[in-house]
Design a protein around this ligand. Structure first.
Ligand SMILES: [Fe+2]
Length: 461
């Protein structure tokens, strides 16, 4: 009798599991995607104290600090090395070579400095190294005497359609313990280049001389990664540094002195928008905080750059910007609407694969949707599924002192596939011309936890 009852109970249980599975699947397959209810662990949203080892000043007189590199040309055969010497200008020379301690080549850079209120920056060096071989590890040395420092980087493979490459995506990083956690997790990901979607240091949360000081601490904070692999910079609102109360009214002053981009290589007239090609990807960087409407320099440049994209050479077309065009978070709601109205039809026409943005301090991924049918007389007001549209991904969850944007709008709109208010970073692992694997990794108790992931199919191939 008991075994029979047991068997009937098991059948009942099985039916219940199947029924609930079908029910849950139907919810998931219905309109919108997932709003994650994960309870994240986080550090308080305050900046790391100035005397913390994360900001340690390298030893030695006038030792180079805040070392960072970025791509220096269109196709990845050049690198720009940047650093700061605190006490005196010193040398702007980079010695480099393909084996450790044997620097057979050298390049000469430039040095500049700036003031911000009464803060005086250190001596900021930028040095372009050209004519590098693809797919090669280079060691480089900067500074002189006992305080010289050595680092290394790897150049990308030749620009070819089936070249695998792994990008990391980080946004809105700041300099809190949450930022440190994001950076630590990112550095374990094995990604080769960071696509940074704006809002670097959050130094503008400070006043007077502390603004410059917090740009310096951020430079030392990220050096553990930026000295060894290129970070592809795009700007956010925290780079504007417009502070009339202290007489600082030149936008992007700190950023433009400290960070460089290879904008001339893509015929851009501004370091704030440009393009590069790396491995099998064509990456377009846009500025949410520069004019972009019809006839402006950024608009003209983008129209031309999109025509230069050759999907037979670079199958993957990736766009970076700070303000997301599709976000269902209460924070910064609709701020991307003006750029969407101007550029969305181009993103569809040119079959952009994916658009990464930051700004909103949470994670969100869209389905392929567009709203190009809408105009002020058509009355078609709703975004609709569109196979030619890009996937929109917001990765503004680097961990800065402003904290998380925890409130999403309800109900979750149909275009929203997954959203969660946790800190983390993303990776895009390109396998060949047709497939890439995308991951969002949430920072969770010191472990790398891949959370949202999917296979990205190329929009052209
Ligand atoms: Fe922002």
């Amino acid at each position: 009798m008991f075994p029979d009852l047991n068997a009937r109970m098991q059948t009942l249980l099985l039916n219940l599991i199947i029924a609930s599975f079908v029910f849950l699947s139907s919810i998931k397959d219905g309109n919108a995607g997932i709003t994650s209810s994960f309870i994240r662990s986080e550090w308080p949203s305050v900046d790391i104290p100035l005397d913390h080892e994360a900001f340690a000043v390298p030893k030695g007189h006038n030792a180079p600090q805040q070392v960072h590199i970025t791509q220096g040309d269109y196709d990845g055969k050049a690198v720009i090395v940047s650093w700061v010497t605190p006490e005196e200008p010193g040398s702007s020379k980079v010695q480099y070579g393909t084996s450790e301690n044997k620097n057979q080549f050298s390049a000469e850079g430039t040095v500049n400095s700036y003031t911000f209120y009464k803060y005086k920056s250190g001596y900021i060096h930028h040095c372009l190294i050209e004519g590098l071989e693809h797919n090669t590890k280079y060691y480089y040395r900067i500074g002189s005497g006992d305080s010289a420092r050595e680092f290394w980087f790897e150049t990308p493979p030749k620009v070819e359609p089936d070249t695998p490459y792994k990008f990391g995506i980080i946004g809105d990083l700041g300099q809190t313990f949450n930022s440190l956690s994001t950076l630590d997790h990112y550095m374990k990901s094995g990604a080769q280049t960071v696509l940074f979607v704006g809002d670097l240091s959050y130094a503008d949360r400070y006043k007077y001389n502390d603004v410059g000081l917090r740009w310096d601490t951020w430079g030392r904070f990220v050096e553990r990664s930026t000295a060894y692999q290129p970070w592809i910079w795009s700007i956010g609102n925290h780079e504007i540094d417009y502070m009339p109360y202290m007489g600082e009214v030149v936008p992007f002053k700190s950023f433009l002195h400290r960070y460089t981009t290879p904008y001339l290589a893509s015929n851009s007239s501004s370091p704030l928008w440009y393009a590069i090609r790396r491995a099998s990807a064509h990456i377009i960087v846009l500025s949410s905080y520069s004019p972009f409407v019809k006839y402006t320099p950024q608009w003209v440049w983008l129209a031309e750059e999109l025509q230069r994209v050759d999907r037979k050479k670079t199958p993957w077309l990736i766009v970076l910007m700070h303000v997301p065009l599709y976000s269902s978070n209460e924070a910064h709601y609709m701020e991307g609407e003006s750029m969407r109205a101007v550029f969305e039809s181009w993103f569809i026409q040119y079959k952009v694969d994916v658009i990464f943005a930051g700004h909103v301090h949470a994670y969100e991924r869209s389905y392929r949707f567009s709203n190009v049918n809408y105009n002020i007389t058509s009355g078609n007001r709703y975004p609709v599924p569109d196979k030619a549209a890009p996937v929109y991904i917001t990765v503004g969850d680097g961990g800065n002192q402003e904290g998380l944007a925890a409130r999403f709008l309800e109900p979750q709109p149909e275009y929203s596939a997954f959203r969660e208010a946790s800190y983390g970073h993303s990776t895009l692992e390109i396998k060949n011309r047709t497939h890439a694997i995308y991951h969002w990794n949430r920072n969770d108790d010191g472990k790398k936890v891949p959370t949202d992931s999917f296979v990205l199919h190329n929009q052209y191939w």
